[in-house]
Design a protein around this ligand. Structure first.
Ligand code: CTP
Ligand code: MG
Length: 256
């Protein structure tokens, strides 16, 4: 069984919308709602825990939820000062269902899927692919959505001089969803808050302790909304989806 955590407790400073990014309207619904609805469709996800800014309520209800029983599967918690702290607080709140507690007694691992609300174009198909990848790789503690980098990437010093050109064939741009064996994620997050603050993704915290993390080829369409331009691109992509329903479920192209 899998529990999904959506981190949505950021302020969205770079978007500059004057309200938390999670609540900003995107193609007629709050940005956060797109991720909630996609993850509720995923087979095997029993609950969705959403980390929200203090004083902010789930948009679900005001706008209507995707399924009738969504209210019983979606819970909110107050997030933390940094992204990783929000992940930790959501995981603390996730608890263990009777089925999960039983699975643990049997020695099986529960899975935890972590997703950024800032990626509203996530599809249920992508989440299912990442969950399946981890399930098929017993040696790995995490599977993460990622795309091969298409730009040439250089390391540059503080004076603006190039130090080196990295080998692009080895570079992947990492996204969410990221799926973890629950005990490995709990251990990785059990570090001082300063260390959590430095982490830009959760898989990075596991890598440091030598865990095996595998990438799963995702789509560039699963973009992160950071700036007003990203929001506009997301609007256009969602408009394209509504013209061709169903097409997004299998849109994971092979590497070029
Ligand atoms: N996030 C969170 N808690 C925080 C900071 C970030 O849950 N204290 C979440 C955001 O809501 C977002 C994801 O982490 O879904 C990625 O963060 P980012 O894109 O940087 O969003 P914001 O922090 O909201 O944006 P900005 O950095 O521009 O303020
Ligand atoms: Mg941020």
């Amino acid at each position: 069984m899998t529990v999904a955590l959506i981190v949505a407790a950021g302020s969205g400073e770079r978007l500059g919308a004057g309200q938390p990014k999670a609540l900003v309207e995107l193609a007629g619904r709050p940005l956060l709602q797109w991720s909630i609805d996609a993850l509720l469709e995923v087979s095997g996800i029993e609950r969705v825990i959403v980390a929200l800014p203090a004083g902010v309520a789930l948009p679900c209800g005001a706008d209507g939820c995707a399924d009738a029983d969504a209210g019983e599967r979606v819970f909110a918690v107050e997030g933390g000062a940094t992204r990783s702290q929000s992940v930790r607080l959501a995981l603390d709140a996730a608890g263990a269902s009777p089925a999960q507690a039983h699975a643990r007694r049997e020695g099986e691992s529960d899975l935890v899927l972590v997703h950024d609300a800032a990626r509203p174009l996530v599809s249920a198909a992508l989440a299912e692919t990442v969950i399946a990848a981890l399930a098929h790789e017993p040696e790995a503690d995490a599977a993460i959505a990622a795309v091969p980098v298409t730009d040439t990437i250089k390391r540059v010093d503080t004076a603006g001089a190039v130090l080196e050109t990295l080998d692009r064939s080895e570079l992947w741009a990492v996204q969410t969803p990221q799926v973890f064996r629950r005990l490995a994620l709990e251990r990785a997050l059990d570090v001082p808050v300063q260390e959590l603050a430095r982490a830009t993704d959760d898989a990075g915290l596991l890598e440091r302790s030598g865990s095996r993390v595998i990438v799963v080829r995702a789509s560039e369409e699963n973009l992160k909304v950071t700036t007003p331009l990203d929001l506009r691109v997301a609007e256009l992509l969602l408009a394209g989806r509504s013209r061709s329903p169903g097409e997004q479920r299998n849109d994971l192209p092979n590497p070029a």
